[in-house]
Design a protein around this ligand. Structure first.
Ligand SMILES: Nc1ncnc2c1ncn2[C@@H]1O[C@H](COP(=O)(O)OP(=O)(O)O)[C@@H](O)[C@H]1O
Ligand SMILES: [Mg+2]
Length: 304
């Protein structure tokens, strides 16, 4: 649905013509029907990428395609929806007037427009707010009416730049639920965020961008799966297990006849299982402790 190849953007700033390399050879592919999280700290180049995809900026180098068409192509815009970062809309319009205005710009015929707008108010959970002026909308409501605006042309691909930023936990959840609903409607959603938990909960795949460079891409559990910190084994010890495993483990916590054993690799896990068998104990659980996205993110940034 979205493909980029070697996208690079160099900004020239100030009268001395200093160069800022905002994006370095980004090559990426987003598949049909997936929720794709574009993750990176502030200044990573997320908005720059999105502006290139939406035709607001030209890349210095590289190319990009949406639904197989090169991004300059006008027919691409007709099938794509876009929510900019920190949108601000004309405050004195009501929600209904706002969507109607954009619907007119898109030349959607009157009856169809009203019908579509009605559907969108309910899809984004803003029923009842039709007649309210946008200045009375909360930040979360603004994001949601902005998403409704992005959906007016019933696009196949929806690109959202930081749709959860500045929202409280409930507002974030509402946007997450809305994104899931978009996927259920068969849309492909590409959204950026600098907040890890946003992607953790809903994304099929994520890309991690740091200082303009792609650091990793894939399903989140695969990205994190490669990094096991320790393996936590819980066993019932009828007697004797504790003494035998305490030197194999990084840490053992004993609570009555239960042992919580922290091990550092698979081999020691095998060894502990043998001991438990010999002593006629029982294994309750074996849980690998993976790096949290938070820790992964820090690691990526440290690697530069
Ligand atoms: N119009 C511009 N002129 C000069 N530098 C820019 C411009 N837009 C973005 N940048 C720089 O490019 C880098 C990436 O910015 P941006 O794409 O906005 O990052 P993100 O959205 O990930 O926070 C930053 O260093 C930013 O300062
Ligand atoms: Mg940004």
């Amino acid at each position: 649905m979205i493909r980029t190849e070697g996208l690079t953007k160099v900004f020239t700033v100030g009268f001395r013509g200093r160069k800022v390399r905002a994006l370095e050879g980004l090559t990426l592919e987003v598949k049909r029907g997936e929720i794709f999280g574009f993750l990176g700290p502030n200044g990573a180049g997320k908005t720059t990428t999105i502006k290139i995809l939406t035709g607001l900026l030209y890349p210095t180098e590289g190319r990009a395609w949406i639904m197989g068409r090169e991004i300059g192509d006008v027919s691409v815009k007709e099938r794509m929806g876009f929510l900019p970062e920190n949108p601000s809309f004309y405050e004195y319009l009501t929600g209904l007037e706002f969507l109607n205005f954009y619907g007119q710009l898109l030349k959607i015929p009157y009856d169809e427009r009203l019908h579509r707008i009605g559907e969108l108010f309910s899809l984004v959970g803003l029923e009842g707010a039709e007649e309210l002026q946008l200045r009375r909308y909360s930040k979360g409501m603004i994001q949601r009416i902005g998403i409704a605006q992005a959906l007016l042309n019933n696009p196949e691909v929806v690109i959202l730049d930081e749709p959860m930023s500045g929202l409280d936990p409930l507002g974030r959840k509402e946007i997450r639920d809305l994104i899931l609903r978009l996927r259920d409607e068969g849309k492909t959603v590409f959204f950026s965020t600098h907040i890890l938990s946003d992607v953790e909960m809903i994304c099929d795949r994520v890309a991690i961008l740091v200082k303009g460079r792609l650091k990793a891409v894939g399903p989140l559990d695969e990205l994190l799966g490669g990094y096991v910190k320790s393996i936590e084994v819980t066993v019932r010890d009828p007697g004797g297990v504790f003494e035998e495993v305490k030197d194999l483990a990084e840490r053992v916590i004993r609570r009555e006849d239960l042992l919580l054993i922290s091990l550092k690799d698979e081999e020691t896990v095998e060894r502990v299982i043998e001991v438990v068998r010999e002593r006629k104990g029982r294994i309750h659980s074996i849980v690998p402790q993976r790096l949290s996205l938070e820790e992964y993110f820090v690691k990526m940034q440290e690697e530069g």
